[in-house]
Ligand binder design. Structure first.
Ligand SMILES: Cc1cc2nc3c(=O)[nH]c(=O)nc-3n(C[C@H](O)[C@H](O)[C@H](O)COP(=O)(O)O)c2cc1C
Length: 369
């Protein structure tokens, strides 16, 4: 690890107990403020990039015909308004998925709505898509453009549209506005915090959304389409989603969003707060979903793994299960800005130990680490 990353890791470990005494969303807002200032200033970006690991060809992966230097990216929800993706890329993450953004700005659910589960290395959130709306996000994507980097945009419907039964039109509108300014668009039908949204994972409802988006795509430049799904689907529901995804030529499925399940093993005081659970307690469910998706969709649809990815070992395990790429949110909160550098070293150490030449060889091998 480079000296700057070592210092940053030590500092984060020192300040984390203090951060963890403060309200999670306030800490997040301050972090966004700081990273947003950095993202808009070249010299500060240069300083931040001294934390990033040296690119290593053994860790490169391919997604949407693009070569990515690093197999771990930031999942949706961290950079909702596309304000800080340059800083996150400078830290060494392989991609950033901005959003979820809805056509109109909306405030989300009442606060408090994010809770740490430190004993379980998890979070519970019931944010409900607070965001500045698609026009503000498009302006930010244009202003902070990162050519040659993978920057996705995750889209969702306004709460009022779900209530009115017009979610497909919201997805089509959001697609139309963002698709020219990002590398791919992710369709979020899996957040548990907008009542009724997850019902759009049913085959007929999903077909309606994908048809509306197909119409919005006509005559426009191609952008890969990602479906983001829940870890709480039955095997039959998952089968149906894959059939519809194949029918509509979806490029990738991101598995998974947060779970409504509460494993009996949870220890933390906030574990029974309403909302979606993320982090380590989600790993078993998301890995089972990834394995099933790889079985069902084979080489036709790429799988992007999300759910409890904290370490380099977790990244390797997801790729070994067949994922093309991985994402983190909760792991970043727990490990801090040196996470890419830490995961980089952890992966290379394990790969050397087990004689794994590169990630292409590992993918889908089911090698037990
Ligand atoms: C506070 C918080 C907000 C989130 N917001 C979104 C969101 O807006 N859209 C989305 O698709 N996923 C959202 N997620 C889900 C993450 O993108 C990710 O799928 C999930 O947390 C599992 O990964 P993790 O265990 O690494 O956190 C959010 C997660 C958290 C913890």
């Amino acid at each position: 690890m480079r000296p700057a990353a070592q210092v940053s890791d030590a500092l984060y470990r020192a300040v984390k107990p203090l951060f963890f005494r403060l309200d999670p969303e306030s800490v997040h807002d301050c972090t966004i403020q700081a990273l947003s200032t950095i993202s808009a200033h070249g010299p500060l970006m240069h300083a931040l990039s001294s934390l990033a690991p040296e690119p290593d060809p053994r860790l490169a992966v391919q997604l949407f015909q693009q070569k990515l230097p690093f197999p771990l990216g930031i999942a949706a929800g961290f950079d909702k308004n596309a304000l800080v993706f340059p800083a996150l890329l400078a830290l060494g993450f392989g991609s950033v998925e901005t959003g979820t953004v809805t056509p109109l700005p909306q405030p989300g659910n009442p606060k408090p709505r994010v809770f740490r589960l430190p004993e379980d290395r998890g979070l519970v959130n019931r944010m409900g898509f607070p965001n500045q709306g698609v026009e503000a996000v498009v302006n930010n994507l244009i202003r902070l453009r990162q050519p040659a980097r993978l920057v996705g945009c995750n889209i969702g419907p306004n709460k009022t549209a779900v209530e009115a039964g017009t979610a497909p039109a919201d997805f089509a509108h959001a697609w139309d506005r963002v698709s020219s300014y990002c590398s791919y668009v992710a369709v979020n039908i899996s957040s548990p915090n907008t009542p009724g949204l997850r019902g759009h994972q049913r085959a007929d409802a999903l077909q309606a959304i994908l048809s509306a988006i197909r119409t919005a795509r006509l005559g426009k430049q191609h952008r890969p389409l990602v479906l983001k799904i829940s870890p709480d689907l039955t095997p039959e529901e998952l089968d149906d989603i894959v059939s519809v995804a194949l029918q509509f030529r979806v490029d990738a499925i991101a598995a998974t969003n947060t779970t409504l399940d509460r494993p009996a093993s949870l220890q933390s005081r906030h574990s029974s707060e309403a909302g979606g659970l993320s982090g380590v307690p989600l790993v078993a469910r998301s890995t089972a979903t990834i394995r099933r998706l790889v079985q069902l969709a084979g080489d036709d649809i790429d799988v992007i793994a999300a759910g409890g990815i904290f370490t380099g070992r977790d990244v390797l395990a997801a790729i070994s299960a067949g994922a093309a790429f991985t994402q983190t949110y909760t792991g970043f909160i727990y490990r801090g800005p040196a996470m890419p550098a830490l995961a980089h070293d952890e992966m290379l150490t394990l790969m050397t130990r087990h004689g794994i030449p590169d990630l292409t060889q590992l993918r889908g091998s089911n090698f037990q680490l």
